[in-house]
Ligand binder design. Sequence first.
Ligand SMILES: [Zn+2]
Length: 256
Amino acid sequence: MRVVVVPVLSDNYAYLLIDDEKRIAACVDPAEAHLVLAKAKEEKVDIVAVLTTHHHYDHAGGNAEMVKQVPGIKVYGGRIDNVAACTDFLDHGNKFNIGSIEVLALHTPGHTRGSICYFCSEPGKEKEGSVFTGDTLFVAGCGRMFESTPKEFHDSLVNVLGSLPPETHVYVGHEYTVKNLQFAVAVDGSNESLKQMLDWAQEQKVQRKFTVPSTMKNEWLINPFLRSADDSMRSICPGCSPVEVFATLRKKKDSF
Ligand SMILES: [Zn+2]
């Protein structure tokens, strides 16, 4: 199993998830189909499926073109997410294969009500898996809460994605890392890991390098939205529950 990053639009990430033995791949959120198809050609793999994280145009907007260009391609998406050109509708816990790669659909409402994250691994190697999180989880942040409640979004992050092995590689939907880390530093100033990571992310940006993948372990250290039960985060909303801390953080970030 191998993941190739394909930057699309102004700051979106599409990905190829490749089974090198069978020379086939799935693509995640191919918003610009021609760029993803060109990358697949370069990698000498055939795309057999689209994994759609959610219905927004900058993620699902290339699905119809993929169907046109690749006859018979499967387009996966959340059952209640209204994903363009969807052929295979997913519920929480559904499993399917891309070659020898096992894919597990995780329903993660919050950014959209039907959002799906995809946990992908090889049989017996679940600790070396990767998760594609769309606009649910970003490096050091999370997406805007458009179609859900703070409780549902918090649950998606902390209990659904949070149950994945700490070693899991995290591939997110946008390059928002510097901005997210600036916010994280503003609300969690005593966290040394954050300052180091902000320096690193700024340097990556200068060098036009990606800040993906992160890991779940890293996100537990730096992501304020996952750390809303942590004592250091409580000061932003004294006496509040983790869900209320999460809601306060999300509201602050909207105007940051
Ligand atoms: Zn979105």
